[in-house]
Design a protein around this ligand. Structure first.
Ligand SMILES: Cc1ncc(COP(=O)(O)O)c(C=O)c1O
Length: 418
């Protein structure tokens, strides 16, 4: 039976819900803040809220990713809202989405009555590919939303090639993969559009926040008009008229200030995340039943989270129970099965069954399947055997050695071999 306080902890979200490790592994919070944080916040205050903090950080982010335009938003969910509001697809049009993603990937497209279609992931990766996307393309497909699972980019070149052939827009979800690379190019520059999250627990954690970057000037202007000016245009002698059902997705200046200050200290932080993650990969390689995550040569992971797969046949308990035991022993891990969106968002299947708009036909061109075991069996299988935890730049060699000891001991205790 849970106590009141435990229930309250469960109900919380973000920084308030962080579990501190019982063996002294550091938590993501409190975060190290960039040395210029107070300077930038002071500028916002000194300017009487008229600073150019947003446009400065927008310029930095756009330039870093080789993009012409950037708009800051209060989060990535909001960035996608802004984008889908501006895209002018028709209700019932289909967006192919990674099945291992966050609800924020669906929110904006659902409010526009577009239909998410989940493709599967490649075995052992959690990532969608041109191969898994192709069979989901129909004449209603308008866009692909590809999530760079836990910090590793998808193989974007073949995805872009496929999308070009079918005249489909590709959106890269960089929330978990800032400063990761693919063929030497930065995540955020790999598709037509990229969206970012600066949620406090993300790799670039700010005081929440998000962003959208792109090169398409018309689309950018439409997004700014609809998501900042709420679809309004000024008419001389009258004032503003709302020519479109606009929304307000403006980022606060203090958010831009904290994000910009933390962006400045990000590269060495990601480098340390990588170094420590690679070290743990090495140390757990060879433990019976433990399968380290494979990072191919042409990619660099940025490790928002760290994880490994387990072979369920090698243990006397289930992967879920093994994750619990590791957690009890001090590794702040779990499984995260809720990330499999067709399973984690049950109202989608209910809406199909009840023919709720836009799933009535026509508007939808066909009956959409949201049974995760049918549409993305690899993703389900991957997440069933996956154990992961939030990674942090605070980890040192000693922390990694401690993790190795715990993993060895717990996995040994439940190994069928022992
Ligand atoms: C892959 C992915 N997409 C979207 C989001 C939503 O981001 P935000 O919380 O900034 O709205 C998240 C946040 O967890 C995420 O991990």
């Amino acid at each position: 039976m849970k106590t009141g306080n435990e229930k309250l902890k469960d109900a919380k979200y973000g920084s308030a819900s962080q579990i501190v490790s019982s063996v002294g592994l550091p938590s993501v919070f409190p975060r190290e803040m960039g040395p210029n944080t107070m300077k930038y916040l002071q500028e916002v205050v000194d300017s009487g809220l008229s600073s150019d903090m947003n446009s400065r950080f927008e310029k930095i982010l756009a330039e870093a990713h080789g993009r012409k335009y950037c708009m800051l938003t209060p989060g990535c969910t909001n960035a996608l809202f802004a984008l889908f509001t501006a895209l002018d697809f028709q209700p019932g049009d289909e967006i192919i989405v990674s099945p291992i993603a966050d609800y924020g990937d669906l929110c904006g497209l659902l409010f526009e009555n577009y239909i998410p279609v989940f493709c599967d992931t490649e075995p052992g990766t959690g990532l969608i590919s041109a191969r898994t996307i192709e069979s989901c393309i129909t004449e209603r497909t308008k866009a692909i939303l590809a999530v760079n699972f836990f910090g590793l980019p998808c193989d974007f070149d073949p995805i872009m090639e496929l999308a070009k052939k079918h005249n489909i827009l590709v959106i890269e979800d960089v929330c978990q993969s800032i400063l990761a690379t693919y063929n030497g190019r930065l995540s955020g520059s790999l598709a037509d559009i990229a969206v970012f999250s600066f949620d406090p627990e993300k790799t670039l954690g700010g005081d929440t926040g998000g962003a959208i970057v792109m090169d398409d000037e018309d689309l950018y202007n439409t997004i700014v008009n609809r998501a900042q000016a709420r679809g309004a245009k000024d008419f001389p002698g009258f004032g503003r008229k709302h020519l479109y059902r606009g929304i307000a997705m403006r980022a606060p200046q203090c958010t831009a200030a904290t994000c910009m200050a933390n962006w400045e200290i990000l590269p060495p932080q990601v480098e340390n995340r990588r170094k420590m993650a690679r070290l743990l990969d090495e140390k757990i390689t060879g433990i019976e039943g433990v399968i380290p995550y494979h990072v191919p040569e042409h990619k660099e992971h940025s490790y928002w989270m760290y994880g490994f797969s387990v072979d369920p046949d090698k243990f006397t308990i289930t992967p879920a129970d093994l994750a619990n035991e590791l957690n009890k022993a001090g590794i702040p891990c779990g499984q995260g099965k809720y990330y499999v969106l067709p399973a984690g968002v049950p109202f989608l299947a209910e809406n199909v069954e009840n023919m709720v708009y836009p799933y009535n036909m026509p508007v939808a061109s066909r009956k959409i399947d949201y049974d995760a075991n049918n549409v993305c069996p690899e993703a389900v299988n991957f997440m069933d055997n996956w154990i992961r935890w939030l990674w942090t730049e605070k980890y040192t060699v000693q922390h990694v050695e401690l993790m190795e000891t715990i993993i060895r001991e717990v996995c040994g205790r439940y190994s069928k071999q022992s």
